[in-house]
Design a protein around this ligand. Structure first.
Ligand code: SAH
Length: 512
């Protein structure tokens, strides 16, 4: 039933781009963020949904009207229906909505229903896949035109809608969409109608994604090659002399970690930065959080300290989460940063220091290393007997720091600011990849990432699943935990940062 609403519905037809989520337009992203309902396609990258409002209704278009009998009219109807309910609707489509995307039909339905809409273009698969394969679709020396063609025509059709003689003439670049099933027919048609059989062809599958796969050949042999290696959709077929340029211009799949699957085990809210670093080198990252970060069971101890901050000489942070939860609670209690007053601030780790900088605080003490031990040494140099320190920490943090400082005669108050816990389960996708031996490298960025993984899998299964998988550990403490659990550590950077860990991984794979 259609419910009429006072509020007017609106539809954004958005091109999500070909795969790499970074290829969405700024406007597309803004519209996703504005939408109350998002109807998305199989080819639109799921990461784009993270721009949505938390309360947005997310509908997978492949499921509209049942998984197998989805019809375009059902999608059109749903768009109209949601807009008539007064909703702001984002229709997120792979590539560009108006290139083989049936966006035209969806717009017609909106016009007929009198629903206002906007079209946000996207990078179409031909353009994205060609760019990431290092194939310029036009080039002054090779071709003056490019044509996008559907390869989806049924071969039994008596009169082809495609003008094969015209397409086959000259040297214009051709890009076929949805053509993998008909590849043999397409190449044969082009040869029969006059394209030289030695014309280069590239098949680009999952273009712009970490799993991009490119197969090159000629009109004469590409179908056989594709059959041999089982090359499947979704792929574009690029035909023309420009394909030769790939040898020289190839970049995306020439990066050091391209094709490498790397498991990132840190907590979800911290994984992003690391994942992006690895992806920048071409890695395919599988996030498999082994830690969940939650507020403490009780804020009593922290609150008491926050109300008496003036009593403290030092405030100590050893993690980004420590900073985050400390300030969140401080603000929740109605204080602001001035509450820190004359407290001096000490921090361990460059990321912790950055988190403090985001609150306008420059640490008075920042040891050059990344471990609590370094801070104890610094304090020892200063002489801190009789001084009082507040150290908001994780429930299961090592007690090196409190013990070390107590030994120096400091009074240390250690309220729990956040808890780290073991998640209920591991990412199914990551587990499947491990079981199928598709993971090249696993990264551990703290001791608990290792021990939690062992707890979740069981020690025997951990060792079994990580056999043949390179283990990259952020530093000596984490490595020790790995070894205690029977794992061999293949990589450990000199500096315990995710940047250094990334560099070590890149160096390892570049030298192979
Ligand atoms: N509107 C989309 C096309 C949808 S038709 C666009 O503008 O890109 C679906 C076809 O697009 C697939 O069969 C395939 O040929 C192509 N395609 C979509 N994404 C692709 C990708 N990442 N790599 C290669 N081909 C892709």
């Amino acid at each position: 039933m259609t419910v009429k609403s006072e509020k007017n519905g609106y539809v954004y037809l958005i091109g999500a781009g070909p795969g790499d989520p970074g290829l969405i337009t700024l406007k597309g992203r803004e519209c996703i963020a504005r939408a109350e309902v998002i109807l998305y396609d199989y080819l639109a990258h799921k990461e784009l949904l993270s721009f949505a409002r938390p309360d947005a209704e997310l509908i997978y278009a492949g499921k509209v009207g049942g998984a197998h009998n989805r019809e375009q009219w059902q999608i059109n109807e749903m768009l109209v229906e949601k807009a008539q309910q007064g909703k702001v609707v984002a229709r997120l489509k792979g590539g560009d909505p108006f290139i083989f995307g049936r966006g035209g039909e969806e717009c017609e339905a909106l016009v007929e229903a009198g629903i206002p809409f906007e079209i946000v273009p996207g990078v179409t698969a031909a353009v994205g896949a060609a760019a990431y394969a290092g194939i310029p679709l036009t080039h002054r020396d090779f071709t003056t035109s490019v044509t996008f063609v559907t390869g989806h025509e049924s071969s039994g059709k008596e009169v082809s809608g495609i003008n094969w003689p015209q397409l086959s003439l000259g040297n214009g670049t051709l890009v076929f969409y949805m053509g993998m099933k008909n590849l043999a027919q397409i190449t044969a048609n082009l040869i029969v109608h006059g394209r030289p059989s030695q014309t280069p062809v590239a098949l680009v599958r999952w273009g712009t994604r970490p799993e991009q796969d490119v197969l090159t050949g000629t009109l004469a042999d590409i179908a056989g090659k594709a059959h041999q290696v089982g090359f499947k959709a979704p792929a574009v077929i690029i035909v023309g002399d420009v394909v030769r340029l790939r040898d020289k211009l190839r970049w995306f799949d020439a990066r050091p970690l391209f094709g490498k699957r790397i498991l990132v085990t840190r907590a979800t809210d911290q994984a992003g930065v690391f994942s992006h670093l690895l992806e920048g080198y071409g890695a395919q990252v599988l996030e498999c959080p082994t830690i969940v970060v939650t507020p403490p069971e009780s804020f009593a101890a922290l609150d008491e300290a926050l109300h008496a901050l003036n009593d403290y000489d030092w405030l100590i942070f050893t993690s980004v989460n420590g900073v985050k939860y400390f300030f969140e609670r401080l603000f929740e209690l109605g204080f602001d940063s001035r509450a820190l007053g004359s407290c001096r601030v000490a921090a361990v780790g460059s990321k912790t220091s950055e988190a403090l900088a985001n609150h306008g605080i420059r640490p008075d003490l920042l040891p050059s290393g990344f471990h609590a031990e370094g801070l104890v040494e610094k304090f020892a140099e200063q002489g801190v007997a009789g001084q009082k320190a507040l150290y908001p920490k994780a429930d299961r943090a090592r007690d090196v720091l409190p013990r070390g400082l107590a030994a120096l005669g400091m009074e240390v108050v250690v309220p729990v600011a956040y808890r780290t816990a073991i998640p209920d389960s591991l990412s199914a996708e990551a587990l499947e990849a491990l079981e199928e031996r598709r993971v090249d490298c696993v990264t551990f960025t703290s001791s608990s990432t290792v021990s939690n993984l062992a707890t979740l899998l069981g020690e025997n299964r951990l060792i079994h699943l990580l056999r043949g998988v390179a283990v990259a550990s952020i530093g000596p403490v984490t490595s020790a935990t790995c070894r205690e659990l029977g794992l061999r550590v293949d990589l450990e950077p000199e500096k315990s940062t995710i940047e250094a860990l990334t560099d070590a991984i890149v160096t390892q794979y570049s030298s192979h």
